[in-house]
Design a protein around this ligand. Structure first.
Ligand SMILES: Nc1ncnc2c1ncn2[C@@H]1O[C@H](COP(=O)(O)OP(=O)(O)O)[C@@H](O)[C@H]1O
Ligand SMILES: O=C(O)C1=C[C@@H](OP(=O)(O)O)[C@@H](O)[C@H](O)C1
Ligand SMILES: [Mg+2]
Length: 235
């Protein structure tokens, strides 16, 4: 694969995905998501959260957690609220390889994907303070953890229960996640939880993400945790 020639174009204006939330009230939530996307595109903080004044991110924030934890969707919204850049390592790997993640797994296998993922994340960390959503397995790679630690990033684990994760990853059929494409997704996720949660627990910050909550509730929790550490302070 060709992840070494990743295009380092910043994606600060990346808009939150306007997908349906878990909590019902779909039309209102969809509208809110579209508003947030528009605000992000305009470089303004998205609405709904209490105003905190302009905030400055002191260091990169790396989001870790299992598939469906919300690293990508919550991370985008978090960046929009901070007026910070956002990148997703899966998207950057796909862009660099010019292949989808299922294609990379099928053609080259998981170890090659992990190596490309590590190199991409190392490069993303060089771009200074921004929000970096990783793929769920990235933090399990010791060399990737080392690269993240070397850069002094704050590592934030988005933690969720099995049923919450399952509901989220099955929402769109699960085809985009090769690890869940074979076998019983509940069992796979359960096994991954047992193997990964002790390592995710090395994160600097753990934020719970409950079923039925809006993305913004998780964003607010992360902002509180970052503020408490001095990672996101007044601009
Ligand atoms: N807190 C949340 N509230 C509502 N939906 C969520 C929340 N977190 C994630 N989701 C939804 O779950 C799905 C998977 O989320 P995603 O951000 O892709 O997770 P990850 O990147 O951690 O695998 C998406 O449809 C997303 O909108
Ligand atoms: O948990 C994992 O090992 C993976 C998670 C995926 O990302 P998300 O966690 O964003 O779904 C993606 O990197 C790949 O399918 C492998
Ligand atoms: Mg993701």
């Amino acid at each position: 694969m060709t992840t070494s020639d990743a295009d380092p174009r910043p994606t600060a204006a990346a808009a939150p995905e306007p997908d349906a939330p878990e909590s019902g009230a779909a039309a209102a939530d969809f509208a809110a998501a579209v508003d947030a996307a528009a605000a992000a595109a305009a470089g303004e903080p998205a609405g709904e959260l209490p105003a905190r004044g302009p905030l400055r991110l002191a260091r990169p924030v790396v989001l870790i957690g299992l598939m469906g934890a919300g690293k990508t969707s919550v991370g985008r919204r978090l960046a929009a609220h901070l007026g910070a850049g956002f990148v997703d390592s899966d998207e950057e790997v796909e862009r660099a390889a010019r292949m989808t993640i299922p294609e990379i797994f099928a053609q080259y296998g998981e170890p090659e994907f992990r190596d490309g993922e590590r190199r991409v994340i190392s490069r993303l960390l060089e771009r200074g303070p921004q929000i970096i959503a990783t793929g769920g397995g990235a933090w399990m790679n010791a060399l990737t953890r080392e690269a993240i630690r070397e850069r002094g990033a704050t590592v934030c684990w988005l933690r969720a229960e099995l049923d919450t994760l399952l509901g989220r990853v099955m929402k769109k059929g699960g085809a985009a996640r090769p690890l869940l494409a074979v076998g019983d997704p509940r069992r796979t996720l359960g096994d991954l939880m047992a193997a990964r949660y002790p390592v995710y627990a090395e994160a600097d910050v753990t934020v719970d993400s409950h079923a039925g909550e809006r993305h913004e509730a998780v964003v607010a929790r992360i902002l509180d945790a970052l503020a408490a550490r001095g990672d996101a302070g007044p601009a």
